[in-house]
Design a protein around this ligand. Structure first.
Ligand code: PLP
Length: 390
């Protein structure tokens, strides 16, 4: 059976896949259909927080599957309540809405911001400012939020009510706030899809202050940066921000689909009975998986993420064929002299899976990747960057 041919014949052609079928894995190592081994530095795009087929994660998932896999939000289930409690207690946020993906977590954030503003200020104050080069999802509304024109062109008309500000441009932000029609500003602390570009602390601080002073809600999109990836539980903590809404997904459940929208003091009671919902949202298996992930994101684990991050920055900075290194925690962008896609291709041939983001090679390893495995992968990437013979 030729899986690649079947997939090409029957799966909608929205993805450019590498010519590799992944059959199984363990931790940060995966195997393809020919038994070739790869070190995985992509984690399914920041999803498999503790790697592939991790024991503790598997046990949590299997235990919950053996009890009840789904009941809908018409009934209470323990994992959903415990997860919401843990998310609130560890962030200081007040309430959580569960969905299934990053785009849905952002949709919920956007709906909440609009309702908050409508409730307080009446119609017309609905604009949401996001940043140029941002990425917030693929639904028609989160595409409108996404500050990259090339995603917009084919799908007009998009949801109205979004403006895109240049990051780091404080006068532009002040001018937008002065219009009086902003309901919210939505930011990623580190633009992931946009090329692993962190916001400066100064700009983030100004965004926080302008939002606070004008009762504009601060929404932080932690879909990629969240759940330990940044070296803190959430990246906004690294920046000392106090968001009104936090959206997250990707790594939250370590490989099962789960999104969460967290509400702070001001926004906790905005969504009322009937205002929003999701059939799968808060699914007990996904929530049990997320609990097992969060339970392991303790101080020691987060310190090890920061330590591995320092190692990656130090090792790649100034290396041959490397022009710049950016990122936060285990979210690393490497600007290479050779085209990023070509570097990723060669790394794959040599048994290391990396990603790209814009013109950069992007590394999103599992948070618990063993140091020796990481070093082995880094040696290969360094040699590819340096243009050394295969
Ligand atoms: C991946 C991503 C999204 C979209 O998440 P999906 O689960 O693919 O809908 C939204 N925002 C950011 C910052 C992301 O990285």
């Amino acid at each position: 059976m030729d899986i690649k041919a079947l997939d090409t014949a029957y799966v909608a052609g929205t993805y450019k896949r590498f010519p590799v079928e992944i059959v199984s894995g363990k931790g940060s190592v995966v195997w393809d259909e020919n038994g070739k081994e790869y070190i995985d530095l992509g984690s399914g795009i920041a999803v498999t927080s503790f790697g592939v087929a991790d024991e503790a994660w598997q046990q949590a998932v299997v235990a919950q599957i053996g009890k009840v896999q789904h009941m809908s939000n018409l009934y209470y289930t323990e994992p959903c309540a415990l997860l919401a409690q843990q998310l609130c207690e560890r962030t200081g946020m007040k309430k959580v809405f569960f969905g299934n993906s990053g785009a849905e977590a952002n949709e919920c954030a956007i709906k909440t911001a609009r309702k908050y503003s409508e409730d307080r200020y009446g119609a017309g104050r609905f604009t949401i400012a996001t940043l140029k080069n941002s990425f917030h999802g693929r639904t028609i509304t989160t595409l409108a939020a996404t500050g990259q024109d090339h995603y917009h062109e084919l799908f007009q008309p998009l949801t109205p009510g979004f403006i895109h500000l240049e990051a780091e441009n404080i006068p532009a932000l002040e001018a937008a706030a002065a219009q009086g029609n902003l309901a919210a500003v939505m930011i990623e602390c580190v633009q992931g899809e946009g090329g692993v570009v962190p916001l400066s602390r100064e700009y983030a601080e100004v965004v926080g202050r302008i939002c606070r002073e004008n009762d504009i809600l601060l929404i932080v999109d932690e879909v990629q940066t969240g759940n330990g990836r940044s070296g803190s539980l959430y990246a906004y903590m690294e920046y000392g921000l106090k968001p009104d809404i936090v959206s997250t997904a990707k790594g939250l459940a370590g490989g099962l689909p789960l999104g969460a929208t967290l509400f702070g003091e001001k926004t906790q009671n905005v969504l009322k009975y009937g205002d929003h919902g999701s059939t799968f949202g808060g699914n007990p298996v996904c929530c049990a998986a997320a609990l097992s992930v969060l339970n392991r994101l303790d101080d020691a684990l987060l310190a090890s993420v920061r330590e591995k991050s320092r190692y990656l920055f130090q090792t790649f900075t100034g290396a041959k064929g490397v022009q710049a290194v950016s990122g936060l925690g285990l979210m690393i962008g490497i600007k290479t002299a050779a085209p990023a896609a070509q570097v990723v291709q060669k790394c794959m041939e040599r048994g290391v899976l990396c990603l790209t983001a814009k013109d950069r090679v992007r590394l999103l390893p599992a948070l618990n990747i063993p140091m020796d495995t990481l070093k082995k992968a880094v040696e290969i990437i360094l040699s590819v960057c340096a243009g050394e013979a295969d």
